[in-house]
Design a binder for this molecule. Structure first.
Ligand code: 6PG
Length: 240
């Protein structure tokens, strides 16, 4: 499906637009399938969206929260993506604990944790090895290097096509991440990108010719909806 690119005047309007879309996708998923499976991004850009979600009155028991990537630290660590989302949103709403599906980071070997999370997803979606379940809405960001989730340039994780979850590598630091094939199975993928620092990477991600190994967000070509929400410093004038 073609991508939609919206350039919003500033971060506040980008967040407001992302909230509108998120609520619409949640309501659609619940209407169609009785539940919504939502995949959170880490980093700083989505944090105001999570804070806004905490003020919404939603059927939280019908919403399941997963993470698209995680730094390999305990949930209490300041770098934890799950810790951030819990602090500003998930611990502030009446969401059943069973609906939170954080990536495990307690095994000495991150590969074991990746396998555990993959098995958890397969159990939740009743999918078989080799099948890629469709999650309803995946939030993503990009780094100034064009990475997304924890799919970093020139890393092995970019070439994993037979697993749902793999181990990413940021400057030698392990991370857990959805693989590109799993992200691409989603019904809706929404990128939130703000700031001048992302402009060059965006121009390469949108370019007709560029290497995905250099700009991994180019790997994200979902069969479902692909939405890019950009603020003007990041996206003004870019021709997708
Ligand atoms: C993470 C994210 C990562 C993030 C980008 C953008 O764990 O850090 O999943 O992919 O989305 O690095 O981060 P900012 O929103 O902080 O610029």
């Amino acid at each position: 499906m073609a991508k939609t690119v919206e350039v919003l005047p500033d971060l506040a309007s980008l967040i407001q637009r992302s909230l509108e879309i998120t609520l619409a996708e949640i309501n659609r998923a619940i209407a169609e399938r009785g539940q919504c499976t939502l995949v959170l991004a880490g980093g700083g850009t989505p944090k105001p969206l999570y804070e806004a979600m905490a003020t919404e009155d939603l059927p939280w028991e019908k919403i399941h929260i997963f993470w698209g990537d995680e730094r390999y630290v305990p949930p209490s660590h300041p770098d934890s993506n799950a810790g951030m989302a819990r602090q500003v949103w998930l611990d502030r709403v009446d969401m059943p604990a069973a609906n939170l599906h954080p990536m495990p980071t307690d095994e000495a070997d991150p590969t074991v944790s990746a396998q555990k999370y993959e098995q958890h997803l397969q159990h939740f979606f009743a999918s078989n090895p080799g099948e890629f379940p469709a999650l309803d809405l995946i939030f993503l960001g990009i780094g100034h290097d064009g990475h997304t989730a924890s799919l970093f340039p020139h890393t092995e994780a970019l070439h994993v096509h037979d697993h749902l979850i793999t181990v990413g590598n940021k400057d030698g630091q392990p991370r857990l991440t959805f693989t590109a094939p799993l992200i691409n199975q989603a019904r809706c993928v929404m990128f939130l990108v703000a700031g001048e620092s992302k402009r060059h990477a965006l121009s390469q991600i949108f370019a007709s010719q560029a290497e995905a190994t250099d700009y991994p967000a180019r790997l994200i070509q979902p069969s479902g909806k692909l939405l890019w929400l950009l603020d003007q410093p990041a996206g003004d004038g870019l021709k997708p």
